[in-house]
Design a binder for this molecule. Sequence first.
Ligand SMILES: [Fe+2]
Length: 404
Amino acid sequence: MDLTDQERAADLDLDQLKQLVGLVEYDENKDVFPVTGWDAIVFVVGNATQAAHYYQSAWGMDLVAYRGPEQGERDHKSFVLESGSIRFVVNGAVSPDSRLADHHRAHGDGVVDIALEVPDVDRCIAQAERAGATVLQQPEELTDEHGTVRVAAIATYGETRHTLVQRVNATGDGSVYAGPYLPGYVAASSTYAKRDGAPKRLFEALDHIVGNVELGKMDEWVGFYNKVMGFVNMAEFIGDDIATDYSALMSKVVANGNHRVKFPLNEPAIAKRKSQIDEYLEFYRGPGAQHLAVATGDILATVDALRTEGVEFLDTPDSYYDDPELRARIGEVRVPIEELKKRKILVDRDEDGYLLQIFTKPLGDRPTVFFEVIERHGSLGFGKGNFKALFESIEREQDKRGNL
Ligand SMILES: [Fe+2]
């Protein structure tokens, strides 16, 4: 198993990544649709200029590339930000006639593209066509003075797409694209100066992205990832596992061969009141990416830094930490439970180890996309033991918004 160029550039090592995001060994040659890892998470937002500032100032990301009217792109602006091995691209309409403005009117701030790096775009598209996927863009080469990439795109849930990006050997000569992002983008550097003593970065990698789909559609999308993209099923949480007194949901998790890319897929389940998934589907106007989990090796420092910058997290009642059952179940973790309680960080343990996690409030104006910060110690799960506490916390916020 090899590091990706992004991971190498971010000074990550393989052992660290195995722990951070639960990487596993696998045989790429037997994969019908080999995926190396994440390429970029592309957002459409109402104001990309300000969002780019937020991701730098609050989330400690570095601005690395840009494209806009100055480069001849009169439709929209794109800011490319990095933290460790993960890249975000935030797009905002410049032209009032931009399609992005229509997208934003319908969906609000959200993820439009979960772009994946692949070793062979053409092989993936051939497989996607065989398996009946919707191909949005046939393979094409993009070239500038830094080299060539080969890209294509397939549709996934809602108006979300997977752009497939081949950065290595796109022209068959073994070269690697050397530009700051994609052809047409220019290098940019942060306009925001980090505070003295601020950590180098607040997260090292992306762990998973959860997709919310409509009632009855979860298995269809699990099937899509299995059949089209050769993803494997990781874990399964159904029914009572994630029900509170009021709302319920079902969730299944698929992952690519090396587990860099993990997609839990949720659908609402019938319950007494409106579930958080129903609220999302109503305000996003359909299926979409619900939360992005960013991986850190020091969740305490990350959460402290995020709180200093004003990032708001879901609350967890003290009773969660004082529950003797929880204390017995989680056993010893690397920090005293009082430190977790102070920061409202949740903890879960399974047969492989434990994880620490915390969830932000929605990032934008609509109650849709939010972030999770996760620190894994052996556990390959998603915090199943915390689902009830998490959902009760979300429901308290839903109730305040008048949406429960
Ligand atoms: Fe999660």
